[in-house]
Design a protein around this ligand. Sequence first.
Ligand SMILES: [Zn+2]
Length: 383
Amino acid sequence: MSCKICGNKTNLFFESSNGVIPNKYYDKKTNSNFNFSLNTCSFCCSVETKTSMMSDSQIFDSYTYRSPNTNMDLNSINFILENLQNHLENSNLNICEVGGNNGLFLSKLLPSIPNKKRVCHIDKIFPKYIDKVEHIDNFLDSDLVDFYELNKAFDLVIARHCMAHNEDIIAFWGSLFSMVTDDGLIYVELADLRKTIINQDFGQFYPEHRYSLSNRTIRVIAEIFSFNVISFKELEIHNGSIGVILKKVSNKNSVFCEDTETELELNKGIENIETNFDNWLQRIKHSFDNFESIGLWGASAKAVFTLNLLGENYLEKITTLIDNTPEKFSKYPPGFKIRCLNEYSLLKERNYIIGAPNYMEIFKDKARKFDVNILNTYDFSLN
Ligand SMILES: [Zn+2]
């Protein structure tokens, strides 16, 4: 098979029949598993998830994920504002966020940008956090760009944690690049494959992420569309992300250059990914072997995906399932035979693994309040 990004040969390193769409919840118990495989490209340094059954609309139909309100996005906001200051006049801007979920991020950024002109939010989810926004209730593609006259319409285009979800990734990036003015900026943020490998945070490879990308992949894609990476920041979100500012190529050369050590580390990680992925699964299974029955608190996509990968015997050890997203209440996560309950259903003195360890401090506070035990699940990398 060849890489859909750069055309080079990919290597299969994992196959399973326990694939699920982890943010798709069901009213009834269903047999929702399918085959999927994971493949690396060592040229553009990416991982591709291949499945036989999901279209983008199948994945996002009745999609339950909502951006949580935390402070983890403040570094991204400051980074965007710094770059606006350095490269654009920070007022009278046309701004668009693609895949902005419930509008939370845009609502935090906009107050720092005076006298906005056009503000646009493109997502199938209503931006309940922002007033007076042009909401385009659809997925981004070239038809949408034409229909809503988005071509070269924006000084700042933001796309956070959404580009990995698209089946035709090059077409998606092409649409994104077409929306920005010649002097404008694109801000892209995504989980960093290099950090995923270093942290063995392989829950990132859940099938909704059709790709896991690195800074090298972004550079390869940017070159296809004659864009430069002009600024770059490492971020904590999703256990290691990158935020990147892109601008149309002018006479200036790219200021972005990966140091050799980072690139070598990434290549080495990709070479050893099969062994590390297998070790990760074995480690989680080993931890589960100590328990007859456990609760899962925080039914994140990565946790739901990972627990399905372990197989039915392990999945059945989860006897209580708790999450505070209203869209998930009383529904069945894919592969599970039990319903998702809210936090008032936490059982005293029971043992819970945490499905979203990014927010461990919040869980610990609540665990004291509800008098429940949290098992040490940092190693599971269910972020
Ligand atoms: Zn490639």
